[in-house]
Design a protein around this ligand. Structure first.
Ligand SMILES: Nc1nc2c(c(=O)[nH]1)N[C@H]1C(S)=C(S)[C@@H](COP(=O)(O)O)O[C@H]1N2
Ligand SMILES: [Mo]
Length: 256
């Protein structure tokens, strides 16, 4: 049976990653997907986007795309907004909560001030989306996920982490070893500002070495589990181990 098509977001006219899986559950090829999305893409290539220099922005990604077709995607040289749900509730510093639970000795719920009071790390890396757009040298700051795991006391049977979001739909996963890397943050700041709602604020995950779909926005839950439970896009055919450079994110031949 064909998996249900994810809802399209309001702003970009597309969900992300964008391919609809075929009957076998694998993403369809990029050519087909661009054909399908053609109208939507034109629909969001508004005059201001073009004036900001679509040409220049696309030059930066064309080298990564053997088909050259990502050149059709308007990205304005910056981030694109993605949400698998049509709307997401807003959380303020007063209402935001992050729950750490599962196979831990000390489950705990953090407020935003709690998280701000912990030691913060800063990383400046390139953000890479699996569809080809990239934002070089983007600063993220926050608490190392490993610090929260240490505080919780991970039990011996634990193998992985499941992340949940207050959009009510998106999920992500990491192995415990991946989660303990120093370049994985529970991020409170992005681009040297507090993370705004559209970028997944007030708190998002930031998995620097992997494609940006691993960096769950609107983070609300960190559950320690005994096995990897594939996340939202991973259930639709994308790689669970989404290392930039080592995987192409989609578990197939990037030229197909
Ligand atoms: N909760 C949630 N997190 C998410 C997504 C999403 O749809 N929902 N999309 C992912 C993908 S595919 C990308 S490229 C980035 C986009 O982040 P941005 O909207 O800040 O550019 O968020 C990732 N995290
Ligand atoms: Mo993405």
């Amino acid at each position: 049976m064909k998996p249900e098509r994810p809802e399209r977001d309001e702003r970009s006219g597309s969900t992300e990653p964008s391919e609809e899986p075929d009957a076998q559950g694998r993403p369809i090829g990029r050519r087909v997907f661009l054909g399908t999305l053609g109208l939507g893409v034109l629909g969001v290539a508004t005059a201001p986007t073009l004036q900001r220099g679509l040409e220049g922005a696309l030059g930066a990604v064309s080298g990564k795309d053997p088909t050259g077709l990502t050149g059709l995607l308007p990205n304005g040289g910056g981030f694109r907004y993605y949400s698998v749900t049509a709307s997401v509730p807003r959380k303020t510093p007063a209402t935001y909560r992050l729950k750490v639970d599962g196979l831990v000795d000390r489950p705990h719920t953090y407020t935003l001030p709690d998280l701000r009071a912990l030691p913060q790390s800063r990383l400046v890396r390139d953000v890479q989306c699996v569809t080809g757009w990239r934002v070089p040298g983007t600063p993220f700051e926050g608490v190392r996920l490993s610090d929260l795991l240490d505080a919780a006391g991970v039990q011996r049977s634990a193998k992985a982490i499941r992340f949940t979001c207050f959009d009510g739909a998106y999920t992500e996963s990491l192995t415990l070893d991946q989660a303990r890397r120093p370049d994985v943050l529970v991020a409170l700041r992005m681009q040297d500002k507090e993370i705004g709602h559209d970028h997944g604020g007030p708190v998002r995950l930031y998995v620097a070495p992997m494609y940006f779909y691993k960096s769950a926005k609107w983070l609300s839950g960190i559950t320690v589990t005994d096995r990897v439970r594939p996340g939202y896009w991973e259930n639709l055919g994308y790689d669970v181990d989404a290392w930039v450079g080592r995987s192409n994110g989609r578990g197939d031949d990037p030229t197909s």
